[in-house]
Design a protein around this ligand. Structure first.
Ligand SMILES: [Zn+2]
Length: 174
């Protein structure tokens, strides 16, 4: 069968992005050998450009494509960089763990509305921390190479739950 809405799809994939300085493509993410990514198609769990390129494909198909930021992880917004008071990173004794809070560290946080988001530490300066709340892959062109290793219909239970239950599609309770 071919991939359509609500198909359960198994893929091996590699994601490369270009290095900002020299334009060389580097491996960013990949599925583990023998452990393909399994997902229910068309449920919004995957980025749009990824699904657009897999629609209608079948087991054994190999696809190689680029995704622009708008169909990937979004554009990069300078406004999503913020200075956060150092105080909120202090532990009960008023200390900051500099092994943890350092440039490049990704820290789960909450915004004013209580939504969780991840911030990347850019710089610790005096009593503030400069953090970037853009997705790590925002603003980047994504180069995927994908091999479709399986396509099957979803089970009634999977459709009710709105997600795949692994490749085997077994029963479970939430
Ligand atoms: Zn479920």
């Amino acid at each position: 069968m071919t991939i359509e809405d609500k198909s359960v799809v198994a893929v091996n994939y590699q994601l490369h992005v270009k290095d900002e300085e020299n334009g060389i493509e580097r491996l960013k993410d990949k599925s583990k050998p023998g452990d393909p990514l399994v997902f229910m198609f068309g449920m919004g769990g995957m980025i749009k450009g990824f699904e657009d390129n897999l629609l209608g494909k079948k087991q054994g198909d190999k696809v190689d494509f680029w995704i622009a930021p708008a169909d990937g992880y979004g554009e990069y917004y300078d406004d999503d960089i913020a200075e956060i008071p150092l105080d909120i990173f202090k532990d009960k004794s008023g200390k900051v763990d500099t092994n943890w809070l350092k440039p490049g560290a990704v820290i789960p946080m909450q915004n004013n509305e209580g939504h969780s988001l991840r911030g990347t530490v850019k710089e610790v300066k005096g009593d503030t921390v400069l953090m970037d709340f853009n997705h790590e892959l925002a603003g980047k062109d994504l180069h995927f190479t994908v091999e479709v290793v399986g396509v099957r219909a979803s089970t009634i239970e999977e459709i009710a739950h709105g997600h795949a239950h692994g490749w085997e599609g077994g029963h479970h309770h939430h």
